[in-house]
Design a protein around this ligand. Structure first.
Ligand code: PEP
Ligand code: MG
Length: 898
């Protein structure tokens, strides 16, 4: 196996690079692109890269070297010395090297780097002689000891910083730069002493002299220890955490780049900087970045000195040539990588050196703008332009955000359940939220978890904050549907709704009703106080990219919406219909009274009146929906949830009865409440999610679906008479056996026929079902005989396939599953391969039962880019998602087709 790859030129100026940009899995991102830059003739300080695989072998063998690896490294080191005409550790003209990590995926700042390696008590003299700058040389040496001790030996950096501070105090100076060469020389001795005092000699026998560890003078020992430290940094806790958060595999390893040092701090014709080939914030075509004269790379990043804009570089005396050359490099890099690049460079005494390049990170707005401009410039194709934008990033563009320049303290964090930021007064009940909104005040609704009762408050509030529940909890699903910011599952928040306050565990922070709070649903952050918000600029670029994506995609995109405003919003975002209208969302507010009287009364007359009232209300609802979606399909799902969801909670009633008793209320009134409680109790189920819901409700109370179907048909007939083109479809939820659907379909068709006859209008309304139970998926051929369409309810299908309760799961064991990698991702957010198998089976069997069947998905997965890839591959006809996800889904579907 080849473990080491050279890059850069030899002594004669020939390129001897062995790698290239396609070798990121072997050489890491940095190593592969250093090789590529050398290959295209850019000035790269020569060096070599040790492979990622060597790192993994070393780590897997309990930090021991694979056979022969150290010999190979020694050969490449000798070769580098020959190419540079200098030797590491040489007393006359020493070669200094940097030792840097570089993983296949960018992991900024997570792993280790050692600079100025090769300095020792001999080579320091060579560096002084060569630079004629003793101060610079001693400063380099003390930096090296400090960095080596900290990074390689794990000593506390403060030990050294304290020594510097003590020295400054002694000299009566304020800044490091005021220390003289002699001071720094003294510091070097002091640093070596700190090293000996703190490194346990027993752990490093090779460094021990008379039982005391000495700072290594042998450059080869320095080099080996530094490489081992960089290897080891792959598994340091912050790198492990970063990989987990960014879904990067643990077995990739990091490469190590050993590279000749160039110095940006050799006087006023030296400089160092970082730059982008275009503006990464808005995508404008301009040179973007900062530089510092007479400085080292860390100084730019650390922000201790004020940097200057890169465009001015070519006007600085002594840096003109390098500045002009850098601009040429920008163009070369863009033409070569055909993308916006980010760059690190150093100018050493007027000569430009490239230290790193990679495809640059950018905001959503910049991603759109750059992709479109590059297509216009002929640099990339339309297909590539569509692939260049991260679908999830689009969310940034559709919601307000915290102002980047605002400063604030985060008091707690939760799940980023629904994007966008919100600011308002904290309120602890839906009623209070409604009251505030009516008074024209902005509020954030703070709840343990929300339930359907809270809907009015959720609509009234600017944003929703919960302490319990995951990304498919009620709060999260509803908030995403409304496009309202939501942070949920903030475990640290202890909410006392009675007292109207919340405390943050482990702190003395209290949020009281009326306190201003800010939440950022894009990041999951909670702030006490009002943070300034900004609306990201919506540009025509978004439309352009989405139209291009539409040209490629074959998967349809519809929206989940249950009111005319959301329907219209979905249309504006480009949805080609409504894939799911959840009618239970139409039964809240005043409607709740009506359905309650239906549920709670056995008296036929009262029930009939309730049904008639509901019919009138629903007809109006559907009229509005179909009108907003004129000419587009609207799938109306018949009532789904368990009836008791519409009733008051027995616990609340219990409390009320206790209060009435304490207040000495009339016995009759109390008895009445007791009856009510008993009645409600009779609807309680041990497992409501597996209970009397979905089509089961319609089988037991046929009057309800008939009422709904009649309302759908009536609204359709009216719109037709007005000359419009309503296209409703009726969907029956939670079917598990074909006869359920057969029965309800027949009933629906009879109701439609009746209305058609009454209204004198021809009505052709398709009837289909949701596939959201495993039994339905595996018997889809039978079910399809009664269905014009299938819509896969992947929320319930995930719940019932795993047997994980979708409402509780994320707060309990799934986080641990994710930490332990028992699950690769949350199956309620991204479709699980097992559940996807059932969907595939459902689609295939469905077509056996009915070749013309139309198949879509309407679970939360319909708006998730990774899941959209899967659904596209399965051959579904469309996905349906919340309105704000429609642009995301269009782009993801376009990408899935490419
Ligand atoms: C589903 O189960 O995936 C679905 C869309 O229905 P609901 O979320 O309303 O249960
Ligand atoms: Mg469902």
């Amino acid at each position: 196996v080849k473990r080491v790859y050279a890059f850069g030129k030899d002594a004669q100026g020939n390129n001897v690079t062995e790698g290239n940009t396609d070798m990121k899995m072997i050489l890491g991102g940095k190593g592969a692109n250093l090789a590529e830059m050398a290959n295209i003739g850019l000035p790269v300080p020569p060096g070599f890269t040790i492979t990622c695989q060597t790192c993994m072998e070393y780590a897997n063998a309990d930090n021991t070297w694979p056979e022969g690896a150290l010999d190979t490294i020694a050969e490449y080191r000798a070769d580098l010395e020959e190419r540079m005409g200098k030797k590491i550790g040489d007393a006359a003209d020493p070669l200094l090297v940097s030792v840097r990590s570089g993983a296949p995926m960018s992991m900024p700042g997570m792993m280790d780097t050692v600079l100025n390696l090769g300095l020792n008590d001999q080579s320091i003299n060579g560096l002084i002689a060569q630079t004629e700058n003793p101060r610079f040389a001693w400063d380099s040496y003390r930096r090296f000891i400090q960095m080596f001790s900290n990074v390689v030996m794990g000593l506390d950096g403060d030990l050294f910083e304290n020594a510097i501070t003590a020295m400054k105090n002694e000299r009566g100076v304020a800044s490091d730069t005021d220390l003289s060469a002699d001071d720094l020389k003294e510091l070097v001795d002091e640093f070596k002493r700190i090293f000996s005092e703190n490194v346990p000699a027993a752990d490093y026998p090779a460094l021990a002299v008379d039982g005391v560890a000495q700072f290594p003078q042998d450059p080869m020992v320095q080099l080996q220890l530094a490489i081992e430290a960089v290897f080891g940094s792959w598994n340091n806790p912050r790198a492990v955490l970063y990989r987990k958060k960014n879904k990067i595999a643990d077995d990739l390893g990091t490469a190590v780049n050993v590279q000749s040092m160039v110095f940006g701090n050799k006087g006023n014709t030296s400089a160092t900087g970082v730059a982008f080939t275009r503006n990464p914030a808005n995508g404008d075509k301009e040179f973007y970045g900062d530089y510092l004269v007479n400085a080292q790379g860390e100084d730019v990043v650390a922000g201790i000195r004020n940097t200057s804009p890169i465009a001015e570089l070519k006007e600085v005396e002594g840096l003109e040539d390098a500045g002009r050359q850098l601009e040429e490099v920008f163009v070369t890099l863009e033409n070569h990588f055909r993308d916006m690049c980010d760059i690190e460079f150093t100018i050493e005494q007027g000569k430009l050196w490239m230290l790193q390049t990679r495809v640059g990170k950018r905001t959503a707005a910049a991603a759109l703008h750059i992709a479109i401009e590059m297509e216009k410039e002929g640099l990339i194709t339309k297909e590539e332009a569509v692939m260049r934008v991260e679908p999830d990033q689009l969310d940034q563009l559709l919601h307000p955000q915290f102002d980047k320049d605002a400063s604030y303290d985060v008091i707690a964090r939760g799940l980023n359940a629904s994007p966008g930021a919100a600011v308002g007064e904290a309120v602890f009940s839906a009623a209070e939220a409604v009251a505030l909104a009516e008074a024209g005040r902005k509020c954030v609704l703070v709840r343990w978890e929300t339930n359907p009762d809270d809907l009015a408050g959720m609509i009234a509030a600017e944003g929703i904050l919960t302490s319990h529940g995951g990304k498919t909890s009620h709060a999260a699903v509803i908030a995403r549907g409304m496009g309202a910011p939501c942070v949920c599952g903030v475990e640290a928040l202890k909410i006392d709704a009675e007292k109207k306050q919340a405390t943050v565990t482990g702190t003395d922070i209290v949020i009281r009703e009326g306190d201003m709070v800010s939440i950022d649903g894009t990041t999951g952050v909670v702030v006490l106080g009002a943070v300034d918000l900004v609306m990201p600029e919506l540009t025509g670029d978004l439309d352009t990219i989405l139209e291009w994506a539409d040209e490629f995609r074959t998967l349809g995109v519809r929206a989940n919406a249950d009111n005319p405003e959301d329907a219209e919003l979905s249309r504006n975002f480009g949805a080609a219909g409504i894939g799911l209208c959840r009618t239970e969302h139409m039964f809240l507010g005043d409607r709740k009274q009506i359905i309650q009287s239906f549920i709670l009364h056995d008296d036929e007359l009262i029930r009939e009146k309730a049904v008639a009232d509901l019919f009138a209300a629903q007809t109006g609802d559907f009229y509005g929906m179909f009108k907003a979606m004129d000419g587009y399909p609207v799938i109306v799902r018949l009532l789904d949830p368990p009836l008791h969801e519409f009733l008051e909670s027995p616990r609340a009633l219990d409390v009320e009865i206790a209060r009435m008793e304490a207040a000495g209320a009339a016995a009759e009134a109390i008895a009445e409440k007791r009856d009510l409680m008993e009645k409600i109790d009779s609807f309680a189920e041990q497992n409501p999610m597996l209970g009397m819901r979905g089509c089961r409700l319609g089988i037991v109370y046929p009057i309800l679906p008939t009422m709904q179907v009649r309302a759908i048909a009536t609204a359709t007939a009216r719109l037709k008479k007005e000359g419009l083109d309503p296209r409703p479809e009726i969907m029956i939820p939670l079917v598990s056996v074909a006869p359920e659907l057969a029965k309800l379909r027949a009933q629906a068709e009879a109701a439609i026929a009746e209305v058609a006859a009454e209204e004198g209008v021809e009505l052709d309304i398709p009837v289909g079902t949701m596939i959201e139970l495993p039994r339905a998926a595996v018997t889809a051929d039978e079910i399809a005989q009664y269905a014009d369409f299938f819509s896969f309810g992947t929320n319930d299908l995930t719940q019932t396939t795993f047997g994980f309760s979708r409402d509780d799961v994320e707060a309990e064991f799934v986080p641990q599953y994710l930490t332990e990698r028992l699950l690769p991702f949350n199956p309620f957010a991204t479709i699980d391969p097992g559940v996807a198998k059932l969907v595939k089976m459902g689609v295939e069997l469905g077509h056996e039962g009915n070749p013309d069947i139309v198949c879509g998905v309407c679970g939360e997965h319909g708006g998730d880019p990774d899941s959209i890839q899967t659904f596209n591959a399965i051959g579904l006809d469309y996905v349906s998602c919340s309105p704000y996800r429609v642009p995301v889904a269009r782009l993801a579907a376009g990408q899935a087709a490419l």
